[in-house]
Design a protein around this ligand. Structure first.
Ligand code: FEO
Ligand code: CA
Ligand code: CA
Ligand code: CA
Length: 655
């Protein structure tokens, strides 16, 4: 965290380490062994039985004797790997085309103004595609893979790259002196998300500008708060005496698309938008400290009282939720589903369980924070779409505990159970949810290395957890699920729900791969030896599973100066003998990070999003002098975050 005068850079929000938890615990012999050896190798090696039975119980052995590779239908990726590196533009594997589908500022309505970077207004921005798309989903229309609704989050804004004559304000200027109310209003309009009808005609994707579905959602759009925390006193403000209505969603990172065709959009680093600190004796002081409030990265609190905690102390409780949006109804009031907890939500990808319940996996992206899942009480109704719209309001939230022996437990977060009682400050389920992190601390969940996207593979029921990095983990904080101190490159944990049942409260797990450059022994990366020098990656962030059950990973934070490579997309084998082999498919222009990825149901189109192209660490890149003018490369246009679509030349699956 590069803090300056109590201000954070917006781009550093994801890296800010404001945890308030006790990171100490006792290391068991099992953890030490699992740390020092790759557990899979250990279990399969000759010393496995002796070493393991000396340190862990029979339950772990039994769990690990189950065939891990039950899908065992290894389909290798056959694309020709690209070279890792960094320059001003993007690169995709040979034989594939990249189309720029939607750029920041592109009009998404027939009557919307064209993008004019020198004459930006909030009104124009609210009719144009927003900034920094992270999650992208594709919801087919009439079952088509060539015609549907693109849903896209607009996570955050970079003032120095967006606005002429402004330069870096967050971190450089305690008072954000160049951020006028007009610019803040443009930022508010550039946040949120978009629904855009798109169609593939003669192989090319097009935006349908006169679609009845197209919609911009901003950080000011009226929304409803639903579920157990709705209406609670701590959710009420001077503008909303009901505690059930809120304007806007902020910092929406990743998300998911439900089987009933709604879009789940996740509020992540909401803390960066609030000014003001509450006194230590304030009722919300502990709560807000745990979420890192008090170091704003935006000027919004300067002009809007609701973004100043000293004036509106409950407003921040109304952010940090998973928002459900029906893209088929442009008048749908987005709903903040409080039953899924309040964290710095990365994503909300789910899977329909064998019993019909819907299970959503949720990462809380902070150093030493947790992995969660939500299991609905009701079942997905495949006949009546509308019947599913209340499904995410009732169910059980769980937080994960990873045991050193390769087993794990989902701990229910239910008021009145265990430590979640009034004695610990939780008077109701509403309060357990408002303070999800503190509740999870008390339950003894496992402190992870920044949980990002989590996806379940419907073909194997195995679940993949992207743990992007945690350079603050010390040697004495290492555990089996977070096996490296100073974890600069992150790792991926694979979880196996008991009997393939995603509602089960026990699971087994193992580290699929420790990321980083395998040729540098000190890094301790564990890609397979078939992985080339281009094939390794660090900082896994978003992920997707294609229809053949294969894992694709996009990265955030491959500092080009340190690693000589830009962020991008890698394909990682999880099956058979090639398990742990990674191949490089796509890379972004300098300064960018790669988001998405999302496949059409036939795997023939792959949507990707490039966030903050041209954002370089030195903060020297600006509107006037960006590190790249991608994707337009015109002197009169700034660099623009954009959504891309990849297709195979001549047609066919991306593979
Ligand atoms: Fe917005 Fe955790 O990445
Ligand atoms: Ca992310
Ligand atoms: Ca994903
Ligand atoms: Ca990211």
């Amino acid at each position: 965290m590069d803090e300056h005068k109590g201000r954070l850079r917006a781009s550093e929000l994801e890296d800010s380490g404001d945890v308030g938890v006790n990171p100490t615990h006792n290391i068991t012999m099992g953890e030490i062994i699992a740390t020092r050896f790759n557990r899979r190798d250990l279990l399969r090696g000759s010393l496995a039985v002796a070493a393991i039975s000396a340190t862990v119980g029979h339950r772990a052995l039994a769990a690990n004797e189950q065939p891990v590779k039950k899908a065992s239908n290894p389909i290798s990726f056959d694309f020709k790997e690209i070279e890792a590196g960094v320059d001003h533009t993007h690169h995709v594997a040979e034989g594939y085309d990249t189309q720029v589908l939607l750029r920041w500022g592109d009009p998404i309505f027939a009557d919307a103004p064209e993008f004019d970077p020198m004459k930006q207004t909030a009104e124009a921005q609210a009719r144009q595609f927003g900034y920094n798309t992270d999650f992208i989903g594709f919801v087919p229309l009439n079952g088509s893979a060539d015609h549907g609704l693109l849903v896209a989050n607009h996570e955050y804004t970079n003032e120095e790259l967006m606005f002429p004559g402004v330069g870096v304000q967050d971190s450089k200027d305690a008072n954000f002196s160049k951020m006028t109310k007009e610019l803040v209003d443009i930022e508010i309009a550039a946040h949120g998300g978009a629904v855009v009808e798109i169609r593939r005609v003669n192989g090319q994707w097009q935006v349908v500008k006169d679609s009845k579905y197209n919609r911009r959602i901003t950080a000011a759009t009226p929304m409803e708060i639903t579920g157990p925390a709705a209406g609670h006193d701590r959710m009420k403000t001077s503008a909303d005496a009901t505690g059930r209505k809120v304007n806007g969603m902020i910092n929406n990172c990743a998300g998911g698309v439900t089987p009933w065709g709604t879009w789940l959009s996740c509020e992540e680093n909401f803390n960066g938008y609030f000014w003001g600190k509450l006194g230590d004796d304030h009722a919300e002081a502990k709560n807000y400290k745990r979420y890192g409030l008090g170091t704003p990265a935006y000027a919004w609190g300067k002009y809007y009282d609701r973004f100043d905690l000293t004036k509106e102390p409950n407003e921040a409780n109304r952010f940090g939720w998973v928002v459900e949006i029906d893209p088929f109804d442009p008048n749908f009031v987005p709903r903040k589903r409080t039953a899924l907890g309040r964290t710095k939500h990365e994503g909300a990808a789910g899977i329909t369980n064998s019993d019909g319940r819907y299970v959503v996996y949720l990462g809380d992206d902070e150093r030493f924070d947790y992995v969660y899942k939500f299991v609905t009480a009701g079942k997905v109704d495949t006949q009546n779409r509308a019947a599913n719209l209340g499904l995410l309001d009732e169910g059980t939230l769980y937080v994960a505990k990873y045991n050193p022996d390769g087993t794990g437990t989902w701990l229910p977060m239910v008021h009145g159970q265990g430590p979640l009682t009034e004695a610990n400050g939780f008077k109701s389920q509403a309060e357990v949810l408002i303070e999800t992190r503190r509740a999870a601390d008390l339950l003894g969940a496992t402190k992870m290395d920044r949980p990002e996207d989590i996806e379940a593979n419907p073909q194997t029921n195995r679940v993949y957890v992207m743990l992007t990095n945690n350079t603050r983990r010390k040697e004495d904080q290492v555990d089996a699920a977070n096996p490296r101190a100073n974890n600069a490159f992150g790792h991926i944990v694979e979880m196996m729900p008991e009997g393939g049942n995603h509602a089960a409260t026990v699971f087994t797990w193992e580290v699929l791969v420790k990321c980083g450059d395998p040729s540098v022994a000190a890094v301790g990366a564990t890609f397979s030896s078939d992985t080339t020098k281009n094939g390794w990656f660090g900082m896994p962030d978003n992920c997707a599973i294609d229809s053949q059950g294969r894992l694709w990973i996009s990265t955030d934070g491959n500092n080009a100066k340190a690693t000589g490579r830009a962020d991008g997309l890698w394909a990682l084998e999880t099956e058979g003998e090639r398990r742990g082999t990674s191949k490089h498919f796509f890379r972004v222009p300098v300064g960018g990070e790669l988001c998405g990825p999302f496949f059409t149901p036939n795997d023939e189109s792959l949507f990707l999003a490039v966030q903050h192209p041209g954002e370089v660490d030195e903060g020297t890149s600006s509107f006037e002098n960006p590190a790249t003018r991608w994707p337009d490369f015109k002197d009169n246009l700034p660099t623009r975050p954009s959504v891309l679509v990849i297709t195979k030349q001549g047609g066919g699956k991306i593979a």
